[in-house]
Ligand binder design. Structure first.
Ligand SMILES: *Cc1c(COP(=O)(O)O)cnc(C)c1O
Length: 472
């Protein structure tokens, strides 16, 4: 094992390594050329019996691991959604690691719990939610949504009906609703919450990829008539495929009518609620029972860091809490024990990076970067729209543009168009100069161009557009 003297020297070296890495990201391929099994094959099949010097470990890291990594902060990373970090966030994670922080309860690290409370309060103010919301950090939106579904199930079965003196209905009567564009984490959460695979109704969307509220009203009414219980609706602000925006205010009204839980999934777009000019997309989210968005997607606090806001923390604790003797503490009645606010017991100190990031940028600084990303998405959109052989396939309210290549001579429904785009995307990505992903929108293969790297500039976007045109 390295002693602390060696640790100090190695840590200094790694600080230089990290700064060099970030400074030269642009010179690397965005995604690796690794084939399945390459990395595994380069790693010894058995562990070393004797200690190895750190130099050798580091050399192998550079030789074996690094070439097999996708560089999510590369300026030409346009895939999925951004998974941002920033220098301040990296430094906070270094400190977190150095302290070996484990923050399951207030007393296992009081500063972690209280920093988290303060940061959730800052975030709440930043995104303009009323002070009726209380927040907690989860690892991912998937976990937060699972927790939301568990809370909804508990409210629909044990709590609400028990209070009214009626027999608690079984979970087998519960139905959850979302749009066909809702994220797969909703399907997963409904399944894991034990509601049954068929109990998620994925309803049609309109031409802007928003949940059709008339379809939702009809589905809730007809389920009710058949003795089912509308348990929850998941409204999405910024769907994963195309960043479609559901009408949260209209959905909230239906939820009130049916006593259904309203969960807002704004995993990607939620960060943009710090921009007053984008708040209209979130109209009505203050009526939700729970909301999730990911600062690890578009607020420069690196993975993992997911903000979960609830109206009723007491209900959250009733759903997720557990208080065994060995965790009891004399001051429990005066403090928050975040182990009871989610699924895992052990918790990372995620609030530290938020604190560092928000202070390092300032709220205005964060707004400036998001506005620039949204402006660049507008540049992409214009370039696509101006070209006779390309077309945009969805509105782009945030940082994502969905488009495809369709030569003017080809009909909109020509099935060969999909194939052309599949090949185009494969060529762009194989070049290593940019990374984009795809989806299907109303049956059409669409290329997703998602802007979000802290390093991206207009020249990167224009060079990638040249690459796209050359790759047809
Ligand atoms: C990314 C995304 C998720 C999942 O986020 P994780 O934090 O990776 O679980 C859920 N919903 C939407 C709309 C997303 O874009």
């Amino acid at each position: 094992m390295m002693d602390l003297k060696e640790f100090r020297a190695n840590a200094h070296r790694l600080a230089d390594w990290m700064a060099d890495y970030l400074e030269t990201l642009e010179q690397r391929r965005v995604s690796p050329e690794t084939r399945p099994g390459d990395v595994r094959g380069a790693l010894p099949a058995t562990p070393p019996a004797e200690a190895e010097p750190f130099d050798r470990v580091m050399a192998d890291f550079e030789r074996v691991v690094l070439p097999g990594m996708t560089h999510w902060d590369h300026p030409n990373f346009y895939a999925y959604f951004p998974g941002d970090h920033s220098p301040a966030s990296i430094l906070a994670e270094m400190l977190t690691a150095a302290m070996g922080a484990q923050c399951m309860s207030w007393n296992t690290s009081p500063a972690a719990t209280e920093t988290e409370q303060a940061m959730m309060e800052w975030l709440r103010q930043m995104v303009g939610l009323p002070d009726t919301f209380t927040g907690v950090l989860q690892d991912t939106a998937s976990s937060a949504t699972l927790v939301a579904m568990l809370e909804a199930r508990e409210r629909a079965t044990n709590f609400r009906f028990a209070k009214e003196g009626a027999a608690a209905p079984g979970a087998d009567k519960l139905v959850v609703y979302g749009s066909r564009e809702a994220h797969s984490s909703i399907d997963k959460a409904v399944r894991l919450a034990g509601l049954g695979e068929g109990r998620l109704r994925k309803l049609p969307t309109d031409e802007r990829f928003s949940l059709r509220v008339d379809e939702l009203a009809e589905a809730m009414r007809s389920d009710r008539n058949e003795g089912m219980i509308p348990c929850a609706v998941v409204a999405t602000v910024g769907t994963t495929s195309s960043t479609g925006v559901d009408d949260v205010a209209a959905i909230a009204k239906l939820c009130r009518e049916h006593g259904a839980w309203l969960h807002v999934d704004a995993a990607y777009a939620g960060s943009t609620a710090i921009l007053p000019e984008l708040r209209p997309h979130f109209r009505g989210w203050e009526e939700a029972d729970s909301i999730v968005f990911n600062p690890h997607k578009w607020l420069f606090a690196q993975f993992d860091c997911s903000a979960y806001f609830v109206k009723d923390p007491g209900h959250l604790i009733a759903t997720c809490g557990a208080n065994p003797e060995y965790l009891k503490w004399s001051a429990d009645d005066q403090v928050a024990n975040f182990r009871d606010w989610g699924i895992p017991l052990g918790r990372r100190f995620r609030a530290l990076k938020l604190w560092f990031v928000i202070r390092d940028f300032g709220v205005e600084g964060l707004r400036k970067v998001l506005r620039e990303h949204i402006r660049l998405a507008g540049v992409v959109r214009e370039l696509v729209e101006e070209h006779p052989d390309f077309e945009v396939l969805a509105p782009s309210p945030f940082g994502l543009v969905c488009f495809r290549y369709r030569p003017a001579r080809m009909a909109a429904d020509d099935p060969k168009v999909d194939e052309l785009n599949r090949e185009l995307l494969a060529r762009v990505n194989a070049s290593g100069k940019a990374l984009l992903t795809h989806t299907t929108l109303k049956g059409k293969y669409a290329i997703r161009w998602s802007i979000g790297s802290l390093q991206v500039q207009e020249r990167h976007v224009r060079a990638t557009w040249e690459l796209v045109q050359r790759s047809v």
